[in-house]
Design a protein around this ligand. Structure first.
Ligand code: TA6
Length: 296
């Protein structure tokens, strides 16, 4: 159903037959809520989030496009998350049960305004399909098309704020032995040493060439997030920890303990599209009970 968000922009909700739900704001094309069939919120949103255009709400899954971070000419993480998107009327939405669909979806579209073309002179169409399966799995499929302009390159990330019970009890499996660029050390390249990644301090890394599936295990909640991706070779892992949290007005001092950003992304190598070409980036998130956190 369509309601209005804090900004008066449309917010679309999908509810699965078993009670899971997802809510997407047309402001930023941002998923702001993903609940399982017990109504538990699986994404983090800061209690101090600033609901004021054009900033993105601190939490959920902001879309970072066409830039990631502040290494470029655009605002941090690009403009897509700060713009009002439209419902993509050309895309036939999926509905549970129709043609045996086990998913329902909403399709959003972002095209550059005259202003956007001034700061990023490329004719693109960015289409985002957000869908929720009957099992409660959330998937986001983005398609960027070069609308017959000149070739252009971009970075992309699903800036995903996972809700966790206690960051010191969380570990990530699947990134062992990968190289990463350390945003806390001038993006210097390091190699992950072996074990699962755990958290005792601020982490801000781009793991490059990561596998299609990684697991984020929340020990206390006995829940494992499974992150599957296609077309997105990198995984950004970010937790601001206490000191950095205190510098962010839209982030509570202790909230770093309840969140972890695990972003399926294309950051190390920009994606280049020739006129008429299209790129697809898929993210699928599942939240499964981990009977014993060690199995995965
Ligand atoms: O790596 C993730 C990151 O680039 C961090 O450096 C931090 O800036 C985070 O994104 C949040 O960015 P935002 O613009 O949403 O405050």
């Amino acid at each position: 159903e369509v309601t209005k968000d804090w900004n008066g922009a449309d917010q679309v909700a999908i509810r699965s037959p078993r009670g899971a739900s997802v809510r997407v704001c047309l402001h930023g094309g941002q998923v702001v809520s993903w609940r399982n069939d017990r109504g538990e919120e699986l994404l983090f949103t800061s209690s101090k989030a600033i609901f004021k255009p054009p900033r993105a709400t601190r939490g959920g899954i902001p879309i970072c496009f066409p830039q990631f971070g502040n290494c470029g000419t655009l605002e941090q993480h690009g403009f897509a998350r700060n713009k009002i998107w439209t419902i993509d009327e050309e895309a036939p939405p999926l509905n549970y049960g129709d043609n045996n669909n086990n998913k329902a979806s909403v399709d959003l579209l972002l095209k550059p305004s005259e202003d956007d073309l001034k700061c990023w002179p490329h004719c693109f169409e960015l289409r985002l399909r957000v869908s929720l399966s009957t099992d409660g799995d959330l998937s986001l499929i983005s398609r960027v098309r070069n609308v017959n302009g000149k070739p252009f390159s971009f970075a992309f990330a699903y800036h995903t704020y996972l809700s966790v019970s206690d960051i010191s009890e969380v570990r990530i499996e699947g990134l062992e032995t990968l190289d990463y660029l350390d945003n806390l050390n001038q993006r210097e390249r390091f190699t992950e040493q072996g074990d699962a990644i755990t958290f005792e301090a601020e982490v801000d890394r781009v793991y490059v060439g990561s596998p299609g599936v990684i697991a984020v295990l929340d020990h206390e909640k006995k829940r494992t997030f499974i992150v599957r991706k296609e077309g997105l070779p990198d995984i950004v892992v970010w937790n601001p920890w206490e000191k950095k949290s205190k510098t962010m007005a839209d982030f509570g001092d202790d909230e770093y303990k309840q969140m972890l950003c695990v972003d399926a992304a294309a950051v190390e190598r920009a994606i280049t599209l020739k006129p008429g070409e299209e790129w697809t980036g898929k993210l699928e998130l599942s939240a499964v009970p981990s009977t014993n956190c060690s199995d995965h």
